[in-house]
Design a protein around this ligand. Structure first.
Ligand SMILES: *Cc1c(COP(=O)(O)O)cnc(C)c1O
Length: 509
C-alpha cells in the first residue's frame, strides 16, 4: 500500500510538472516574437536538451532563410525554380515515400519506368518494341546528372576492364577524354573511380571540344569520350556527330557518352534535326538533368544506355518487388519519391507540344537579350537561334580605359537582387572573364526587359565611380562577394581541380 501510494504521488508530481510545462509551452506558442526565443540566439552548433514550440521554430527558420537569394532572380543556374501548384501538391503528398521501397510503393516504381521510357524515346534509344513496353529502355532515375555521370563512368570503366581482362591485357590504367570545360562532376567521377583525365583544352576562340584532338587522344586505355550537349560556360553543343564520324572513319573502337544535362530537354524540341543522340552508333550512354530543362525542382536526373551490353551485369543489383525483381543501379539506396512523380507530371502535363512551346519561347527571349547586350557593346560568346542552350554568355570588349570588369558589374546587379555570375573561362583560354545569364522557364520577355534596363543602370553607376572606388570595389567582390559558409580550413584553398586552378567563381550549375 505504502509503496503504491509513493508511486502514485510521484506520478502525480510528475504529471503536475508536465502540465506546468505544457501550460508554459502553450502560453508561449501563440505569439512568436513575444516569447523568450525571440531574444535568445537559436541553437547553432550544439544540440540543446529541451524542445522548442513548432510555431517558433517554423518562424525563426523561415525568417533566417529570407536572407537566401530569391530563386526567381537567380539567373546563374539551370535548375528549375517554378512548378505548377497541382504538381507541388502531388510532390508534397509523396514526401514521405521512399523511392527504393518498390514493394511498398509499386506505382512510384512504375512511374519511374514510364519516365525512363518516355525520355529514352526523346533520345532515340533503340527499341525492339513498338510501342515501347515497361522493360524496354535501359536507364534509371538519379539524384541529378552528377550521379548519372558517376554511373555512366563506372559502366564505361567496367566494360573496358572486362574486355581487357578477357583479352589478357593490362587493365590498370583507364582514361577518359573530355573538354576542359566539363562540369566539375566529371572531375569528381574521374577521381572517385580512378580514371585518368585526358583533356582537350579550350582556347580563347574555341570553347567546345575539338573532335579531331579528342579522337587523336584515344589510346588502348581509353574507356570513352565525353561530349557535352550544352557546355556550362557558353551553352554550346559539342560536335558529337563529328566525333562519331571520326571514330568510324578511323575504325576506332571507343564509345561516346553524351552529357546532355541541360541540352537533353532542349535540343529535341528546338533543333530536332541535330543528330547527337542514340542515332549515332558510337553513343552508348546519355545523361540528362530532370531538374534543369526537364522542368522539375532540384533532385532528379536520368541516365540511359543504348543496350544491355554497355551496362555490365555486375553493376546491377536486383531488388525484389512484389515477387518480381526490379533492377537497381544507383550510388545510394533510399531517396525521396516526389521528384520522380514531379517528372512524370511534367512529361504528361506538357507533352511534346508544351516543352516545345517553352523551349522556343526561351530561345527567342535569349536572342532578344543577346541583341540588347550587343547594343550595349558587350561581346556575345554564346550562340543564338537555338544553336546553343537558351543562355547568353557575354563579356566586355577589350578596352584599356574601362576601370571596371565583369565581376564589378555582377556585384552592382546583386544589389538589385539579380544573381548573374561573373567567372573566368576554362583553363588555357587566356583567363577570359565572362558573365552568363541562364534563361529558365519563368524568364518572360517582360522580366528580360526589366533586367536589360537594370544592366544599363548598373553600367551607368559604374561609369560614375572613380578609379580608387572601383578598385576597392572589385577587390571586395573577388574576395568577399559570397556569403556562403567557408570551407573547413583543412580543405580550403583547393588546387587540384580545373576550377581550383583557374578560380572560376560560384555555382556554375
Ligand atoms: C548541371 C550539369 C551537370 C551536373 O548536373 P547536376 O544535375 O547538377 O548534378 C553536369 N554536366 C553539365 C553539362 C551540367 O550542365
Amino acid at each position: 500500500m505504502v509503496h503504491l501510494s509513493t508511486v502514485a504521488k510521484e506520478s502525480h508530481a510528475r504529471r503536475r510538472q508536465r502540465e506546468q510545462r505544457d501550460k508554459e509551452a502553450s502560453a508561449v506558442s501563440p505569439y512568436v516574437y513575444g516569447t523568450r526565443y525571440a531574444i535568445e540566439e537559436l541553437p547553432e552548433h550544439v544540440m540543446r536538451e529541451e524542445e522548442m514550440p513548432a510555431s517558433v521554430v517554423y518562424r525563426m527558420i523561415k525568417d533566417e532563410l529570407s536572407l537566401d537569394g530569391n530563386p526567381l532572380l537567380n539567373l546563374a543556374s539551370f535548375v528549375t525554380t517554378y512548378m505548377e501548384d497541382e504538381v507541388q501538391q502531388l510532390m508534397s503528398d509523396a514526401m514521405s515515400k521512399n523511392f527504393i521501397d518498390y514493394e511498398q510503393y509499386p506505382q512510384t516504381a512504375h512511374i519511374q519506368n514510364r519516365c525512363v521510357n518516355m525520355i529514352a524515346g526523346l533520345l532515340h534509344a533503340p527499341t525492339a518494341n513498338e510501342p515501347r513496353n515497361e522493360q524496354d529502355a535501359i536507364g534509371t532515375s538519379t539524384v541529378g546528372s552528377s550521379e548519372a555521370i558517376m554511373l555512366a563512368m563506372l559502366a564505361m570503366k567496367k566494360r573496358w576492364q572486362n574486355r581487357r581482362k578477357a583479352a589478357g591485357k593490362d587493365w590498370s590504367r583507364p582514361n577518359i577524354i573530355m573538354n576542359s570545360a566539363v562540369q566539375v562532376c566529371w572531375e569528381k567521377a574521374a577521381r572517385y573511380f580512378e580514371v585518368e583525365e585526358k583533356y582537350v583544352y579550350c582556347t580563347d576562340a574555341r570553347y567546345v571540344i575539338d573532335p579531331k584532338e579528342a579522337v587523336d587522344l584515344v589510346d588502348e586505355n581509353t574507356v570513352g569520350i565525353c561530349a557535352i550537349l550544352g557546355t556550362t560556360y557558353t551553352g554550346q553543343y559539342e560536335d558529337v556527330k563529328g566525333i562519331n564520324e571520326l571514330l568510324l572513319q578511323r575504325n576506332i573502337d571507343c564509345p561516346i557518352h553524351v552529357d546532355a544535362a541541360s541540352g537533353g530537354f532542349v535540343v529535341p524540341f528546338v533543333r530536332p534535326e541535330l543528330v547527337w543522340d542514340f542515332r549515332l552508333e558510337k553513343v552508348i550512354s546519355i545523361n540528362v538533368s530532370g531538374h534543369k530543362y526537364g522542368l522539375v525542382y532540384p533532385g532528379v536526373g536520368w541516365v540511359f544506355w543504348r543496350a544491355p551490353e554497355y551496362l555490365p551485369r555486375e553493376l546491377i543489383f536486383n531488388i525484389n518487388y512484389l515477387g518480381a525483381e526490379q533492377a537497381s543501379f544507383t550510388l545510394n539506396f533510399s531517396k525521396g519519391a516526389p521528384h520522380i512523380i514531379g517528372q512524370y507530371y511534367q512529361l504528361i502535363r506538357l507533352g511534346k507540344h508544351g516543352y516545345r512551346a517553352i523551349m522556343t519561347n526561351l530561345t527567342q527571349i535569349a536572342d532578344h537579350l543577346a541583341a540588347e547586350l550587343a547594343k550595349m557593346g558587350f561581346i556575345i560568346m554564346s550562340e543564338g537561334g537555338g544553336r546553343g542552350l537558351p543562355l547568353v554568355a557575354y563579356r566586355f570588349p577589350e578596352q584599356e580605359d574601362r576601370l571596371y570588369d565583369e565581376f564589378a558589374l555582377a556585384h552592382v546587379l546583386r544589389r538589385r537582387g539579380w544573381v548573374i555570375p561573373a567567372y573566368t573561362m576554362a583553363p588555357k583560354s587566356n583567363q577570359l572573364k565572362m558573365m552568363r545569364i541562364v534563361l529558365r522557364e519563368d524568364f518572360s520577355m517582360h522580366r528580360c526587359n526589366l533586367l536589360v534596363e537594370d544592366i544599363r543602370l548598373a553600367i551607368k553607376s559604374l561609369e560614375e565611380m572613380d578609379a580608387s572606388l572601383i578598385e576597392r570595389y572589385s577587390h571586395y567582390v573577388q574576395t568577399h562577394a559570397s556569403r556562403g559558409p567557408e570551407g573547413h580550413p583543412v580543405y580550403s584553398n583547393e588546387q587540384h581541380s580545373l576550377q581550383g586552378q583557374t578560380g572560376k567563381t560560384h555555382a556554375v550549375c
